[in-house]
Design a protein around this ligand. Structure first.
Ligand SMILES: [Zn+2]
Length: 155
């Protein structure tokens, strides 16, 4: 007989304490200033510190992180005009997991000497977000148009 190994029937479990509904469930929660709210705020703070996500302005897809900001040619932020006269202010990021690069690398009119560029689009909505710059030796960074992104401090 395997009787001792069988799962105990509910009758063998200890009875619920007191056998009554806990008082907290009967009492309506006071609005605001309760413990659960302050806990939620603390959790948000922690998440913001660790994640610091930068989002696509069009679709809110996570594109990169504050921690991935990098400097190229001595600065994070650069302002350039393309051959059509459109002016872009871009920030340099060492990684952009939410971006996809389209086309093949071109060094025509490149803004960073030694780097070829490909168009970078949002993986969520395919909006043009900037460019992926690469060198033949394997160095790479993402130049993302700052106006097309939402940063944590602006959210
Ligand atoms: Zn998007």
């Amino acid at each position: 007989m395997r009787y001792p190994l069988e799962i105990p029937s509910p009758r063998q479990l200890p009875p619920p304490p007191g056998g009554v509904v806990p008082r907290e469930l009967l009492k309506p929660q006071p609005p605001g200033r309760d413990d659960s709210k302050s806990e939620a705020l603390a959790a948000d703070d922690t998440e913001e510190k660790t994640m610091r996500r930068v989002l696509c302005r069009e679709c809110l897809h996570p594109i990169t992180r504050e921690e991935d900001r990098t400097e190229v040619h001595g600065a994070h932020q650069h302002t350039f005009a393309n051959p059509s006269g459109m002016v872009f202010t871009i920030g340099c990021f060492q990684a952009a997991e939410g971006c996809g690069a389209a086309g093949s690398p071109s060094d025509e009119f490149t803004w960073f000497r030694g780097y070829a560029w490909r168009v970078a689009v949002c993986a969520g909505c395919l909006a043009h977000l900037g460019w992926l710059f690469t060198t033949p030796s394997g160095a790479a960074f993402w130049g993302l148009i700052l106006d097309h992104l939402i940063f944590p401090e602006n959210a």
